[in-house]
Write a protein that binds this ligand. Structure first.
Ligand code: DOR
Length: 440
């Protein structure tokens, strides 16, 4: 394992918390940002990073990923996934409980934390998964960023779709509840209705907009009844966004994925089952409404829902192909390209991908470039475009729905707790992240 040397980043365009860019130096001591100034002189550090021409952002905090360990390591594991994070500028992640065994009790949480401590290049936190009968675990397991409820689109013990089973989870305790909002009963009924169709485009009709809206409405109803902190994961439809625009209590947050903003049902014709995910991609009109909701603050932040499956699993053909796509290596350049092309500002991207996430999950000392904050940082190149190349991907699944896309804002240097973990194409696999903490 490497040790943390003090470090100076020289002459970066620094994105300050107020959203301004300032060219200057950043001094990092003992893993924390200690000074920011136009020029820092008289302080010798062992490591110097020449950042001329590059823009410095707080590291991305990805609040929804599926990293497959333990149990599904043929798709991904905590080492390969965290390498992908480092390359993508993701310095912290919050990971979901649908591993094998499921993360539904303290023993499974402890196991994940110890695996992550051994293998993870970036910082990590884990959700505890809700089942029909683990309420006492949901109340006691520590540390965790929150409770994950699959209201639909899961199988086995993690599926909690009935109102009477959901109700005690909302009624007891106070920790954040994050919901995958799809109406399982409707999905099952529509699966029957469209049985035999093998065109993957049918996926968006089986798990339709109404299925998403029904579940989001139910989660909102229970959250309001108990004033319970609720986060709606990967919002996919305009109708849900409009519902939240009209009626979003202050204790409710929502996220959207880059793929629900930038891909739509046209993708099935181009990439087939690689476009299959839950909740599904929607029509182009939904892209537009989701973008507006993000710009207006109805949607609070961005998550990738990185959910890798192997190409051979995807090649099984619909409906035997699994749902999900990888995302941590492409999310920052995808969003920064939108900013450079005028759809939003780079400060908004940074807020949606770091600051707002740290705030929503109460992660202390992260999400800003300011003295005293952890030195989780990413230097990106906003002056050049490059292509997403399959052969350069670090994710074990080895593909991306964005292969071939021409993007700007690719990370050049990623720093985790003051240590350089990725430097212009090279990973430092000796670096280890830390377990995230969550303020109450
Ligand atoms: O498409 C998806 N795949 N959506 C999810 O929320 C989970 C997932 C998976 O774990 O494969």
């Amino acid at each position: 394992m490497s040790s943390t040397a003090d470090l100076t980043i020289r002459q970066a365009r620094i994105l300050l918390p107020e959203g301004d860019l300032q060219v200057g130096d950043v001094l990092i001591q003992k893993g924390k940002i200690s000074r920011i100034a136009p020029e820092i002189v008289g302080t010798e550090t062992d490591v110097e990073v020449d950042a001329r021409g590059l823009t410095l952002f707080p590291g991305v905090i990805d609040p929804q990923v599926h990293f497959r360990e333990p149990g599904l390591e043929h798709k991904e594991d905590l080492f390969t996934a965290s390498c992908a994070c480092a390359k993508g500028g993701v310095t912290s992640f919050l990971e979901m409980p649908n591993t094998r065994p499921l993360t539904i009790n303290q023993a499974a949480m402890d196991d994940k934390l110890s695996r992550a401590a051994q293998k993870c290049l970036v910082n990590y936190g884990f959700f505890i998964g809700a089942t029909a009968d683990n309420l006492s675990d949901l109340l006691s397991v520590n540390p965790t960023c929150g409770i994950k409820i699959f209201m639909g689109s899961s199988h086995g013990a993690l599926l909690v779709s009935e109102e009477e089973v959901l109700e005690p989870i909302f009624a007891n305790g106070s920790r954040l509840i994050a919901v995958h909002a799809e109406d399982q009963a409707r999905i099952i009924q529509r699966r029957q209705q469209f049985k035999g169709i093998t065109d993957p485009a049918i996926h968006s009709q089986i798990q339709d907009e109404q299925a998403a809206l029904n579940a989001t409405k139910l989660a909102l109803k229970l959250s309001k009844k108990y004033q319970r902190r609720l986060h709606i994961l990967h919002l996919s439809t305009g109708v849900e966004a409009e519902l939240l625009r009209d009626d979003k209590p202050s204790w409710v947050t929502a996220e959207v994925t880059p793929q629900h903003l930038l891909l739509n049902t046209d993708a099935y014709a181009e990439i087939g089952t690689l476009a299959q995910m839950n909740p599904p991609l929607r029509s182009p009109e939904n892209n537009t409404i989701l973008w507006q909701a993000l710009l207006d603050g109805v949607i609070d932040f961005i998550a990738t829902d990185h959910a890798p499956h192997t190409l051979s699993e995807k090649a099984k053909g619909y409906p035997n192909s699994p749902s999900g796509m990888p995302g941590v290596e492409t999310s920052l350049p995808l969003m920064l390209t939108q900013a450079v092309q005028g759809r939003c500002t780079i400060a908004q991207v940074s807020n949606w991908m770091s600051t707002a996430v740290a705030k929503a999950y109460c992660i202390p000392n992260k999400g800003a470039i300011a003295p005293g904050f952890d030195a989780d940082l990413v230097l990106v190149d906003l002056d050049n475009y490059d292509i997403v190349r399959q052969e350069e991907l670090q994710t074990k699944c080895g593909w991306s729905p964005f292969t071939g896309w021409k993007l700007t804002g690719f990370p050049q240097v990623t720093i985790v707790n003051g240590e350089i973990v990725y430097n212009r194409g090279k990973l430092n696999t000796e670096v280890r992240g830390k377990a995230l903490t969550f303020d109450t």
